[in-house]
Write a protein that binds this ligand. Sequence first.
Ligand code: ADP
Ligand code: ASP
Ligand code: MG
Length: 403
Amino acid sequence: MSLIVQKFGGSSVADAKRVFNVAGIVTDTYKEGNDVIVVVSAQGDTTDDLIEKANEINPHASKREMDMLLSSGEQISASLLAMAIEKLGLPVVSMTGWQAGITTDSNHSSARIRKINPERIKNEIDQKRIVIVTGFQGTSKYDNITTLGRGGSDTSAVALAAACHADLCEIYTDVDGVYTTDPRIVPEAKKLDEITFDEMLELASLGANVLHNRSVEMAKKYNVNLCVRSSLTRAEGTVVKEVVNMEKMMVRGVAKDCDVARISLVGIEDTPGKAFRIFSLLAKHNINVDIILQSIGRNNKKDISFTVSQTKIDEVVDLIKSNKDNIGFEDFSYTTAVSKVSIVGAGMVTNPGVAAKMFEALYEAQINIHMIATSEIKVSVLIDEGCEQKAVKVLHDKFELAL
Ligand code: ADP
Ligand code: ASP
Ligand code: MG
């Protein structure tokens, strides 16, 4: 007998028929003699619809009230799934994040899980009940409801698997595993049988939303047995683990991210401490900076460009404007008309020439590169918005990922 955590995404519980389909998967697992903890997302586009509703009332609503609103979507699917399982005649109980003992920090809209007290869940499991938990949420130490960021139900599932020492954490979604790239963009993309935590973490952080990046981080930290599979086909999924067979694969996957904005500060005095001033200011305001590019100094002046999430651009522009004298620059500009495309693969470290091959493919497609960032297992480029799908396709081709 095993303890299995099963997470179902929004499309898997989108309507009554899908809810019963999920109830079937869960109850089959239970009937095989396993204990089951289920984590659900909000149905279909519920979260987007709730955001729209909020915007009609107040586009500048506080993050606390947004979390109060958005967390309700998961409560609907948890209770509906429990009702379906009740109808199938099996013992079940649904819980909110708070009832499940999930405590987070107070960073509304992208809170991090701090602690899980699994006592209540264990109690229910001991009484042989199937436990359903709302994904995407917890409560802060002030008892406010928090949410974990878009796609955060994956993280709820992995965190519960770690806290309850589950034998397996299954992420059920609308594709049957992790592919070499988003199969919606490249239909020939190939399903991967296995992928390393590190590669998956990069892909997820670089825009492959099939898994929430923090869920992968947590699975690696607590060595959770993690797999991604489809709720509709029951085919074998993708196993995410520490070490996999490298074969000849230099590049494991390609990802794109359209949520990027670039800011450039021009004519900064070429003296020590300028980068420190800019980036400590942003850090103080909890703004994550991604790619950074600094030009070499000319005539005692240099330029610095960097990228942030588009959701932060207004805040960054305000900060830069109000700190112009403190930082000291001549001019600044920004754009949201950029995207980031990345290649990821643990095999890159030992294979020189991967970046050159990437740039060749982009050159052949006449795609201009604005910025470049590399690590041991990834190369990212910033390109014009609108070119990202073409870039993903040509890179997928160049590295022969469909073969
Ligand atoms: P869920 O609602 O189940 O959480 P998501 O929409 O968050 O589902 O994630 C699944 C989607 O992720 C897929 O439909 C697919 O379009 C997208 N995706 C992006 N990159 C990849 C990839 N490399 N492999 C598989 N799916 C990917
Ligand atoms: N419902 C939330 C979202 O749409 C969380 C999730 O689906 O994981 O982002
Ligand atoms: Mg998701």
